[in-house]
Design a protein around this ligand. Structure first.
Ligand SMILES: C[S@@+](CC[C@H](N)C(=O)[O-])C[C@H]1O[C@@H](n2cnc3c(N)ncnc32)[C@H](O)[C@@H]1O
Length: 270
């Protein structure tokens, strides 16, 4: 992982929340929120909460008495999440690195993390921290993306950008969000962190946007792929976005677009 892969700041949080969340995160947040609610936890910790799509899904499913602490490494993502959250006191927001959680041992009945662990520079350390924060017998629920070839729009955008920067193509999407999908590796990392009961399920969904340009803006401008494009040539961000939109239009049409997405949803018991 390169350093800029974990930088969600500047105009990224706003574009992420507006374009990328409805495109790929909302349906998985609804699924994970439902799974978590079944365990009926009282104290929930969320790591890598981003702009709060899973936080909102959990808040709408858990009883009023449940307390949710939502954390993220990047304060600008949490600022955006806070703005979007209705109801006072339902959620406590706190900036925190998932690899060094500022909580006592055995503080939570559940830990949830949607599409965050791929960004951890040391996943075993992140898993150990989640395990330390959990009460005995409670659940760590998280998700990762499957390989990029199973995720149509991300794959198409990555191929298109290779034509814009042929000598040094931006590989953020393949390298980081889609770079940790080997179920055996995930089991081994969880085992190394002390989790013994682990289940991993592939979950398919559809990714839909009103136009190819909306999907291109989501990926090229609302994720750290933007940092990677701008590092090559700041003035070529619009051109790169247009090329990605053209490639999406060639494959999925000029109107509303609809593509495959696949995630792995993991449950590990403390
Ligand atoms: C793809 S986003 C997922 C956000 C949110 N869970 C969602 O589903 O929309 C990845 C998030 O991981 C956060 N992140 C990256 N490294 C982190 C770390 N070491 N600890 C906590 N959060 C981290 C980023 O700030 C970003 O908000």
């Amino acid at each position: 992982m390169v350093t800029s892969d974990k930088l969600f700041a500047g105009s990224i949080p706003e574009i992420y929340d507006r374009y990328l969340v409805p495109l790929i995160f909302e349906s998985y947040a609804s699924d994970l929120g439902g799974r978590l609610a079944k365990a009926n936890p009282k104290d929930v910790l969320e790591t890598a909460a981003g702009t709060g799509v899973l936080t909102r899904a959990m808040a709408s499913r858990l009883p009023e008495s449940a307390h949710i602490v939502a954390t993220d490494l990047n304060q600008p993502m949490l600022d955006h999440a806070k703005m979007r959250q209705s109801g006072k006191g339902r959620v406590e927001w706190k900036q925190a690195d998932a690899l060094a959680l500022p909580f006592k041992d055995q503080s939570f009945d559940a830990v949830a993390c949607q599409f965050g662990v791929m960004f951890f520079p040391d996943r075993i350390k992140g898993y150990k921290e989640a395990r330390r924060a959990l009460k005995p017998g409670s659940h760590f629920l998280f998700s990762v993306w499957d390989r990029i070839s199973e995720n149509d729009f991300a794959d198409t955008v990555t191929e298109a950008l290779a034509t814009v920067f042929p000598d040094d193509s931006p590989r953020f999407l393949a390298r980081t969000p889609h770079g940790y999908h080997d179920a055996e590796q995930i089991r081994a990392d969880l085992g190394a962190a002390g989790f013994t009961k682990v289940s991993i399920e592939a979950v398919d969904a559809r990714s839909k946007a009103p136009s190819p340009l909306d999907a291109a803006v989501a990926y090229c401008q609302g994720t750290p792929l933007r940092n990677e494009i701008e590092a090559r040539n700041r003035s070529r961000l619009d051109e790169a976005t247009t090329k990605a939109a053209e490639a999406l239009a060639r494959r999925f049409g000029n109107g509303p677009v609809d593509g495959r997405i696949r995630a792995l949803v993991i449950t590990a018991i403390q």
